[in-house]
Design a protein around this ligand. Sequence first.
Ligand code: GAL
Length: 635
Amino acid sequence: MDWPKGVDGLSYGGDYNPEQWPEEVWDDDVMLMREAGVNLVNVGVFAWSRLEPREGEYDFGWLDRVMDKLHAGGIGVGLATPTASPPPWFGIAYPDALNTRPDGVRQVHGSRDTYDVCAPAYREASRRIAGALAERYAGHPALAMWHVHNEYGSATYSPHAERAFRTWLQEKYGSLDALNEAWWGSFWSQHYGEWEQVLAPRATQYLPNPAHELDYKRFTSDAMLEHYREQREILREANPEVPITTNFVFGQWVPVDPWKWAGEVDLVAFDSYPSAPDERAEQQSALHADLSRSWAGGGDWLLMEQAAATVHSKDGAIAKAPGRMARHSMIHISRGSKGAMFFQWRAGRGGAEQWHSALVPHAGKHTRMFREVVEFGGALPGIAHAAGSPVEAEVAILWSPESWWATAGAHLPGPVDYLENVAQIHRVLRDRGVVVDFAAPEGDLSKYSTVIAPTTYMLSGAAAENLRWFTAGGGRLVASYLTGAVDEHCQVWLDGYLGGLTDLFGIRVTEHLPQPGGELRALWNFGAAERFCELVELRGAQCVTQYATGDVIENQPAVTVNPFGEGEAWYVSCKLVDEAWDRLFEELQLAGPGCAGVDVVDRGEWRFIVNHTEREAQVGQVVVPAGAWTVDKRP
Ligand code: GAL
């Protein structure tokens, strides 16, 4: 399916909230959009209270006019279903349909994302507003795609959710005996005698059961998917030619498994909000882009939101220096995004996000920001042709949302930061110029020569077999500490951990040794490890390097390699520092044309270069000025 429908080349634009502005601003908006080269805007994302001011009563007049104006200006519309923010009347009429926190407090309207995805009244109201929008706009010439909901992620622990959870568990386990066994129910007297005794993992006295928590995340992902599917079917029926999507967001708190969801959307869309002020923002953006492309099966995807200038993160507000908006956009476009979209078009005057940046700042068009927006929009049509070929990667990093979720708890064998470990591999390889894909633990690995599995704490039997098959067939597998510590039920893999793959790695892991924070453990000729080491027993593997210090681990294997079938399995039994990973990748001859601060992505006959540094960069014959980007024929 072609997406967005009727939008040629790369998409450029953002969330557009005309309902927050008087009508006289709308013509100005369309004029400025045209000046900036905007060709797609997302409308109505949080507009429910203006579309259905009273239950069952619709006001579409304003949206009709907006859609017509945008169409007349040649701008496509990603029309949102506004279900991420039910109106006040809804919360008053159906208080039980707003979400309940883990501590049992039921939330009230006043912000957004306050809904209980399992509440019948919310589901019905969602179908109704989606249906009304479909009926009215399915044939509108401006309609380029449907944008269902916004950033699924608001979990609920309500009685509605609890009931649905039990049904989900019954389908999954078939019997209470199987559930009790999977959850290791005899521990702390948690053996269930009736299904009704099973609750959502609400606030409890001390450590919760990790298997219970993990199943609840899986369940929530499925419950949200059902909500999405209901809307999708309604929209699809009204106009099968218009692509349908929802925008993914990134965070350990988000109970959505994108590997499962990606097949349900016509285009993978992602909102990228790097949280760091320094060059880690570029690393995070590249990580987001490579994840999104991989969820999309290696094909096109769309950067649906990013901040044009100031970003609000947990570290406070961070300004974007001149040129950075374009460079971040180019990180995404070079890595497969079919455009660059933003939150939001025009900066708001009021409301909780009034200080969030926008393509049109509060000060209007005569601003540095808007000039950059126009300049970048003007450049995009000239590179659209180059963004058509696939991004080629020979190396994949395993991305396991379930390992991420499962390492969120406080019950772990030591400090483990799954995301940081994944990001570290991505960062070190990016600094070596290697563009990587991500792969699902149970996904197709056949096109990769090397697969790196950082701290894949949870390994299902099927995933373990997948890794075995990949290596036996000639692949090079590199796994790091805590690989396969537990199975899909959060139960420990016995007799050496490693997801039962002790023969593949030619080792057994016999002890976990969390290390004091801040102390480094030197490895012979290999840099150092920090925070976590394991005691490894060789069972056929060769030792590549040993620990130089440490009570139990001194002179014990730190990195090993084992030939297996046609391939080989490397094991890193500790958290290496960046320099040590770099040393290992040197040994494995993983290198590409880019380097630290200079992204180089080859696509078909085209080479994208983004120079984030303050110096001129030379890549082959091409010289890229400081802070600039280029798209040229590949040498
Ligand atoms: C996104 C959200 C937008 C806006 C933005 C601000 O997560 O989808 O509506 O809130 O964050 O950073």
